[in-house]
Design a protein around this ligand. Structure first.
Ligand code: ATP
Length: 134
């Protein structure tokens, strides 16, 4: 039996999960990466995206909003601005956030908007909707 890796996901508000897993897959800024027990230590910034972990037959998905991952041979620690399991996501709220972001981006033709901020909000909402539908 292969060793399991420990996974901890924390945000400024709460400890989202502390568990063991066979594999953890994260949305790194340089691409998605997977971590197994015994991985070489490294640090990566995270995109707004979907992460998941597998433990036996179970796969759990989370939406993560930026932050970073610290990997050691035994543990993955994710420190994210926000993170939610699919079951925690309020889909209607994410849908409203998506509509607001789209409207802001559409207004860019005639107004000065904070493009990066609107795009980041759009991305968070899209990831939340995707993870909620898993
Ligand atoms: P909104 O405009 O709806 O607040 P947002 O993308 O600006 O969305 P964040 O700043 O990323 O929200 O998150 C603020 C807090 O609200 C975090 O704790 C996050 O986990 C939570 N949160 C945001 N959107 C949702 C959602 N759709 N369902 C559940 N929790 C959410």
């Amino acid at each position: 039996m292969a060793n399991k890796i420990l996974l901890e996901v924390v945000t400024p508000d709460r400890k989202v999960v502390s568990t063991e897993a066979d594999v953890v897959v994260c949305p790194g800024v340089e691409g998605q990466f997977g971590v197994l027990y015994g991985h070489i230590p490294f640090l990566s910034a995270l995109e707004v995206g979907e992460m998941y972990y597998k433990d036996g037959a179970k796969t759990e998905y989370l939406a993560v909003s930026g932050g970073f991952a610290e990997v050691t041979g035994k543990k993955v620690t994710i420190v994210a601005e926000a993170a939610e399991f699919g079951r925690e996501i309020d889909v209607e709220r994410a849908r409203r956030a998506l509509e607001r972001a789209k409207a802001r981006l559409a207004a860019a033709k005639t107004e000065n908007i904070d493009w990066a901020r609107a795009e980041a909000a759009l991305r968070r909402a899209m990831v939340r909707m995707k993870v909620a539908s898993r």
